[in-house]
Design a protein around this ligand. Structure first.
Ligand code: NAD
Length: 390
C-alpha cells in the first residue's frame, strides 16, 4: 500500500505527519511512501532527505491524493476546518485518512467527509489501552505542549526560575502551579523543575498525586469529594457547576501564592472547566503569568483568548494554541512514530479488521457513514446497528 504525506495547510502548522526517518520503517513493512514537495520543510526536513530514505517526492498535491491508499496528516479536515476543505474534492472512495480530525469539537466535518467514500481514522479516538500506547498521538503532542508551556512561562515572567546565590544577593526561585496533571501537565512540571522553579500541582483525579510527585511537584489536595471522578483511561469525568464553583473558591488562595499558573485541565470531548476566574487573576501579583493549555478547548482561565496574550492588572494570560507546532522537529518525529505504529498495526496484515478494538474505536467515518457513537450523538444521529460499527 502507498502512504501519502501532504503539506499541512492549517495556518501556523509546521509539523509534518511523517519524517524521513519513518520512511524506511514503513518500507520495511511493505509500504511505499509518496510525499508532497515541501511537506517537511516547516519542521526542518527538506525533500531530499525524504528521497534519500526511499520516498517519492512529487510536486502536485493532487497527485498524492490521487495515488496514495492511505493519507497521513497532522490536521485532517475538522482539525483544519477552513483550509482543509480545499482537499475534499481530491478524496476518493476506498481511500484511508489517518490523523487528527477534532471530531468532538467539529463533528460536522465528519458529516462532510462521509459522502466522499473515504475511511477516516481519527487519532483522538484511539482507545487508552497498553498496546495502543505507541500510536497515542494525543499524548505525544501533549508532552510537547507541556514542555513548551513551561518555556513560555519562563520567557514571560520578569523573574528567573532558579534560585541563585550570587555576590549580588540571593534570588528566590519562581513558584509555579500546574493545574491538571495529565500528560501535558506532567511535562510542564518536569520542565519547570529542570529550570529550577519550585512547583506545586493539583488535579481532580486522586491518582495524579503520585505522578505529580514523581516528577518533583508538591501536590495540593483540596477538601472535595472526588469519588467517581475517574472516567477510565486516565480521563476525568465532567463535574457539575457546584463542584467547579467550590474548586475555584479553594484554588483562589493557592493561585495567589504563585508567580506562574499553568493550566492543563481537560475533559475529553467537552469544553474545558473554568478553574481560574478574573477575580482570581486579580489576586495574583503584577508580573505573574498564566499559561492556559486549554485555550483551544475554551480555556481554564476566564480571561483567556486563544492564540493571544492578554494583560490584566499586570498579569499576562497566554492563550496557548497549537504549541506542538512551535516545536515542529521533535513533535513531528513523535507524531511520525505514532503514525508508523498505527499504519503497521491496522494495515500491516490483510488490511483493516474492523472488529478489532483499536481499529474499531478509532474509526470515525466509513462507507458513507459517521461511525463513532459519540460523534453521532453530537450530530443528533441515531446509533448504527450494523455489526462491527458504532
Ligand atoms: P486530559 O488531557 O484529558 O486532561 C488533563 C488533566 O486534567 C487530567 O489529568 C484530568 O484529570 C485533569 N482535570 C480534568 N478536570 C479537572 C478539574 N476540574 N480540576 C483539575 N484537574 C482536572 O488528560 P491526559 O493528559 O490525556 O491524561 C490523563 C491521564 O491519563 C494521565 O495520568 C496519563 O498518564 C494517563 N494516560 C494513560 C494512557 C494509557 O493508559 N494508554 C494514555 C494516555 C494518558
Amino acid at each position: 500500500m502507498l502512504v501519502g504525506v501532504v503539506r499541512e495547510t492549517f495556518p501556523g502548522e509546521r509539523r509534518v505527519a511523517l519524517t524521513p526517518a519513518a520512511v524506511p520503517e514503513l518500507r520495511r513493512s511493505g509500504f511505499g511512501v509518496v510525499v508532497e514537495a515541501g511537506a517537511g520543510l516547516g519542521a526542518g526536513f527538506p525533500d531530499d532527505l525524504y528521497a534519500e530514505k526511499g520516498a517519492e517526492v512529487v510536486s502536485d498535491r493532487r497527485e498524492v491524493f490521487a495515488r496514495a491508499d492511505i493519507i497521513a496528516q497532522v490536521r485532517g479536515y475538522g482539525a483544519n476546518p477552513e483550509a482543509g476543505r480545499a482537499d475534499l474534492p481530491y478524496l476518493r472512495p476506498g481511500q484511508y485518512l489517518v490523523g487528527f480530525f477534532d471530531p468532538f469539537a467539529n463533528p460536522e466535518a465528519a458529516l462532510e467527509l462521509a459522502p466522499t467514500g473515504v475511511t477516516v481514522f481519527a487519532l483522538e479516538l484511539l482507545p487508552r489501552i497498553t498496546r495502543a500506547q505507541p500510536m497515542d498521538a494525543l499524548s505525544s503532542q501533549a508532552t510537547v505542549a507541556g514542555y513548551k508551556a513551561a518555556i513560555l512561562a519562563a520567557e514571560a515572567l520578569p523573574k528567573m526560575f532558579p534560585m541563585l546565590i550570587t555576590a549580588a544577593g540571593t534570588i528566590t526561585p519562581a513558584r509555579v502551579f500546574v493545574i491538571g496533571v495529565g500528560v501535558a501537565g506532567l511535562q510542564a512540571i518536569a520542565t519547570a523543575r529542570r529550570l529550577g522553579a519550585v512547583v506545586s500541582a493539583y488535579d481532580v483525579r486522586p491518582a495524579a498525586k503520585e505522578e505529580a510527585q514523581s516528577v518533583g511537584a508538591r501536590f495540593i489536595e483540596l477538601p472535595l469529594e472526588t469519588a467517581g471522578v475517574e472516567a477510565g483511561g486516565g480521563y476525568a469525568r465532567p463535574m457539575d457547576e457546584d463542584f467547579y464553583r467550590r474548586q475555584r473558591e479553594l484554588l483562589t488562595a493557592v493561585v495567589a501564592e504563585h508567580d506562574v499558573v499553568i493550566t492543563a485541565a481537560m475533559v475529553l470531548g467537552r469544553r474545558a472547566p473554568v478553574l481560574v476566574t478574573a477575580q482570581m487573576v486579580a489576586g495574583m501579583r503584577p508580573g505573574s503569568v498564566v499559561v492556559d493549555l486549554a485555550a483551544e478547548r475554551g480555556g481554564n482561565c476566564e480571561l483567556t483568548r486563544p492564540g493571544e496574550t492578554v494583560e490584566v492588572n499586570g498579569v499576562k494570560i497566554i492563550g496557548a494554541s497549537n504549541l506542538p507546532a512551535t516545536v515542529p522537529y521533535d513533535a513531528s518525529q513523535m507524531y511520525g512514530r505514532n503514525i508508523v505504529s498505527f499504519v503497521r498495526y491496522v494495515f500491516g496484515r490483510a488490511g483493516p479488521d474492523f472488529g478489532e478494538e483499536i481499529t474499531r474505536e478509532t474509526l470515525l467515518v466509513r462507507e458513507g457513514e459517521v461511525i463513532n457513537r459519540r460523534v453521532r450523538e453530537l450530530l443528533g444521529l441515531p446509533p448504527l446497528v450494523r455489526e462491527g460499527v458504532g
